[in-house]
Write a new protein. Sequence first.
Length: 312
Amino acid sequence: MTLIKLLKRLSILATFSMILVLIGGALVTKTDSGMGCGANWPFCEGEISAQLIIELSHRLISGLAAIIVFFLSILSWKFIGHIREAKLLAFISIFFLVLQALIGAAAVLWSQSDFVLALHFGISLISFAAVFLLTLLIFEVDQKYDARSLVINKKIRLHIYGLTLYILIVVYTGALVRHIDSSLACSGWPLCDNSQPFSTQLHFGQWVQMGHRFLAGIAFIWTILLFNKVRKTHKNSRVMFYGWLIASLLISCQVLLGAFIIFTVGNLLVALLHALFITLYFGLLCYFILLSNRSFQFEKKNTQEIDPHLKL
């Protein structure tokens, strides 16, 4: 087996394992299994129960994912470190994976507020995105997959940067909804109580739930409007058109799944799919950040070649 084939297989395995870590974390929260192993970490103690099995499985998968990501990062640093983004992504993937593990351990060993615990999913999401982008870089090595020639105009780049950062806020509020056990705080959708649409007599959990819905609604509208801009300004780019088409479909499914959590009274499968779709959507946004950065570097290089004294 050649080195590049090994890296490709390892990167796919790492990406898939990180998806399992994210979904597993959502499952732990939804089933209230965070203390399934008692106040022990990394070891697990207690009577056999569904919560113990869920928590222990999540720890084992997370540990295995950490080992895989570690080896992927080391090999990527050594063998594709000449690619501009490779070393940074290798560092980010390991750093944030370790950070989310430490937060998880702290939640077990010491009592943590829901506002701190809600950071856990977003941190894991960043680690996943770094691993996902490393995978894409590895698949570029043999030039079978190459989007480096793409030029993205400045306005679109700024929208991509802004939307990606904004999604982290949306993700945080969604995780907070789960951690304060407010997924079903509102019985209606899209309003908390459709029979009283203008009522402000909401308790804290309902305000958090409605705040998350409002922010998610803005993310949905922003994505659709950005897709419309891309369709007009980059109509000849298959990567941009189909990428943002997929992003629009993912965010649409995410919104629908959020509604179905209410309609199905907190169905576990729907909730896990909700976590999966936002993971895929965020990974795609980060891919467009990668493309935007390359486009900026390409534009900067061309400008300096025209006029060495001119800076962007």
